[in-house]
Every structure is written in C-alpha cells, then in structure tokens.
Design a protein around this ligand. Structure first.
Ligand SMILES: [Zn+2]
Length: 103
C-alpha cells in the first residue's frame, strides 16, 4: 500500500509537501530534524536569482521559506492519510487537516 510522507508543523497545521515520497519516513524525519539548518540557507537562496540554487530531494524541492516560517515550531512527519509520527517514530494519531492550504 502506498504511504507517502511529508513534514508537518503541529503548531500551524501546515504541511511541507513532497511528491510521492512513498515509505520515506526516514527522509522526512531527517528534513524535520534539520529544519533549522534548512532555514539558515534562506539568505543564500535570497541573494541569488531564482533557480540559481536549489535544495532538492528525489521527491521534489525542499521549501526553504516554509522552514523559515516554522523555525522552532513543533515539527513531525505526516502521511498522505493524515497519520502523524513524532521524530522518534512514535505514533501521534491521525488528523484531517493534512491537505489544507494553510501556509
Ligand atoms: Zn509552524
């Protein structure tokens, strides 16, 4: 069964979305754990013309601005069905806001 994963902010109910990251919990946890380091790249990205530099996964670009907006917030990983897992792998239940368009 397909189970695509993304990073989510519990404080804002916002999702950092990737494309078809099937069973890639480990990748999403790594992105969430290193969110502050990703956010720290924002000045570098802003200094250069759009597209000159990019932070990518096999499943799409990392939205550096998203990580700036949610810096120091409570980040977890979220499946396409809304299942939440904490960064230590513990299950946190299921939510229904996974695909809302909140930033
Ligand atoms: Zn947030």
């Amino acid at each position: 069964m397909s189970r695509d994963w993304n990073v989510a902010c519990l404080d804002c109910k916002s999702v950092d979305r990737y494309n078809d990251a099937n069973h890639r919990e480990e990748l999403m946890r790594a992105i969430a754990k290193n969110s502050s380091a990703i956010a720290a790249l924002a000045p570098l990205m802003a200094e250069l013309p759009h597209g000159d530099i990019e932070l990518r996964t096999f499943y799409g670009s990392v939205d550096v601005d998203w990580h700036v907006r949610h810096n120091a917030h409570k980040l977890v990983i979220i499946s396409e069905y809304g299942d939440l897992e904490d960064l230590d792998g513990s299950e946190l239940g299921r939510v229904d806001w996974a695909w809302s368009e909140l930033g």
